[in-house]
Design a protein around this ligand. Structure first.
Ligand code: YZS
Length: 260
């Protein structure tokens, strides 16, 4: 199946998530389709991209496809996992990528949305980061995306509670650049914003975007510290709790975590 639709409208590239039955859970094939669409837009020198879901959805994306999480013993979010490749494809896209958000955004999809250059959403938008709900050891680059976006304290609250922040909180904390009342206005305002960007110098925008990415990632850590973080994360993805989190989701029950 096609997990996404991609087309070009008024010189703007549009990627639409298209697996409503599975709440746009980000399976590997869907992530590869997003990467291919971005590659294709880049090849055609498309200067602004919009990532959206079908109009009227309650869930923008339910996050990483939990059925595809590896069994314990393997890092679920290592550098070359498709979700990480997709996140980098958005960050490295040489032009603005606008996340157009209607509905709830979960886990890895929240990370994917947070690396978009701008987010515009409706009242139904909400954002949750959920590794603690499943027992996943989140990765350092992902954790940094959240700290950069919402600051340390809210990042901690979001990670520790795994509860969503609503559209008004998201606007208040600067996650949403703009909050609009309806899907019609969302489409209109997002296209208007993208068209404004098309008026400006693409080279200047691409270089400023890359500088902001480099500066945003520029908290240096020593190799020793990095290895310590990896060691800590391994304890989690080798754990009984990680296996329990995945099984509980698949069996549609609450997980029983034991801290081992
Ligand atoms: O029962 P069927 O076969 O129709 O399938 C159901 C769900 O099992 C499936 N589905 C998913 N499958 C795999 N991975 C997912 N993330 C996922 N989400 C949903 O889609 C079918 C429809 O789902 P329902 O639950 O019946 O839909 P609904 O009642 O509308 O509820 C929607 C939500 C989004 C509230 C619900 O599906 C949900 O809680 N999904 C999981 C959200 C979540 O916790 N995502 C985080 C995934 N983890 C990550 O992204 C990272 C690895 S991490 O954990 O680190 O953050």
């Amino acid at each position: 199946m096609d997990y996404i639709k991609s087309h070009i409208k008024n010189s703007i590239g549009i990627i639409t998530f298209n697996n409503d039955a599975k709440r746009n859970a980000l399976c590997r094939d869907m992530l590869y389709e997003i990467i291919l669409a971005l590659d294709d837009f880049k090849f055609h020198k498309i200067r602004v991209v919009i990532i959206r879901a079908n109009p009227g959805v309650k869930v923008w994306s339910a996050g990483f496809d939990i059925d595809e999480l590896p069994e314990p013993g393997r890092d679920p979010l290592s550098y070359n996992e498709p979700i990480e490749q997709t996140i980098r494809a958005i960050q490295y896209y040489p032009g603005p990528v606008i996340g157009m958000i209607e509905g709830s955004v979960w886990g890895g999809a929240c990370d994917l949305a947070f690396v978009c250059d701008l987010l515009i959403g409706t009242e139904t938008a909400s954002f949750a980061i959920t590794p603690a709900k499943i027992g996943v050891p989140y990765n350092p680059s992902g954790v940094l995306h959240f700290v950069n976006m919402v600051g340390l304290h809210l990042a901690k609250e979001m990670f520790f509670t795994a509860l969503p922040i609503n559209a008004h909180q998201a606007k208040h904390y600067g996650v949403l650049n703009h909050l609009v009342p309806s899907i019609e206005q969302l489409e209109e305002f997002t296209m208007f914003t993208a068209e404004q960007m098309l008026q400006n110098s693409p080279l200047s925008i691409a270089v400023i975007k890359e500088q902001l990415r480099i500066l945003g990632d520029s908290s240096a850590i020593s190799p020793d510290t990095f290895e310590r973080i990896q060691g800590l994360r391994r304890k989690v993805y080798d754990s009984k709790d990680y296996l329990e989190g995945k099984r509980a989701f698949q069996e549609k029950r609450k997980p029983k975590f034991i801290g081992e």
